[in-house]
Design a binder for this molecule. Sequence first.
Ligand SMILES: Nc1nc2c(ncn2[C@@H]2O[C@H](COP(=O)(O)OP(=O)(O)OP(=O)(O)O)[C@@H](O)[C@H]2O)c(=O)[nH]1
Ligand SMILES: [Mg+2]
Length: 201
Amino acid sequence: MVSNDFSSDGKSNRKKMSSKIVIAGGFGAGKTTLVSSVSEIPPVTTEAVMTEASIGHDDTSITPDKKTTTVAMDFGRITIDDELVMYMFGTPGQARFWFMWDDLVRGAVGAVVVVDCRRLADSFDAVDYFETNKRIPYIVALNRFEGRLEYTTEQVREALEVSPEVPIIDFDARHRGSGGEVLKTLLRYALEHNRAGETVA
Ligand SMILES: Nc1nc2c(ncn2[C@@H]2O[C@H](COP(=O)(O)OP(=O)(O)OP(=O)(O)O)[C@@H](O)[C@H]2O)c(=O)[nH]1
Ligand SMILES: [Mg+2]
């Protein structure tokens, strides 16, 4: 839920609200890149070098430059306005770390599922996680690698079995402004759906 931290800037007595959001998605979709590009503080990341041990587990054929992977979480912060600060928690993408997702979503107002638009199938399980447990509102953010977007939004919705009301937007994870729009879309959606007040137990 949106929580009050009751901190004051000394100039006004308005409460400052903080909220937690989760950045999820399939392996190598651009989660760490998104958190890093929009965070106003140096992001905390838990990248580990990918070694021979990942062979057979991770399909790196389409991400040949990728040398590291998130093994616990990413953490960043963005101030939306005078009254709202959002804390971002990026999940690990590899299936063998998914046991951490239940802990990471606890207390979050919503989630962004980052999708590599070249590899839709690799994001199916991430979308399914949020569709199935319905614990928090989520949106889908299509990461436009190299500016390419080969599918329409509706094709993506059909392929990933995303519910009709869930926003799907495209963006570039490397660009702060583009990533910021994703977070604002999530926030609007979470507030509109009035589920922001629900606490995830
Ligand atoms: N060209 C291009 N490269 C990108 C874009 N977004 C991310 N990358 C690169 O793609 C690779 C994967 O990005 P990450 O942010 O590490 O992906 P991730 O989802 O955090 O990966 P895991 O934590 O391992 O699941 C990195 O080498 C990024 O630099 C993009 O929009 N365009
Ligand atoms: Mg990562």
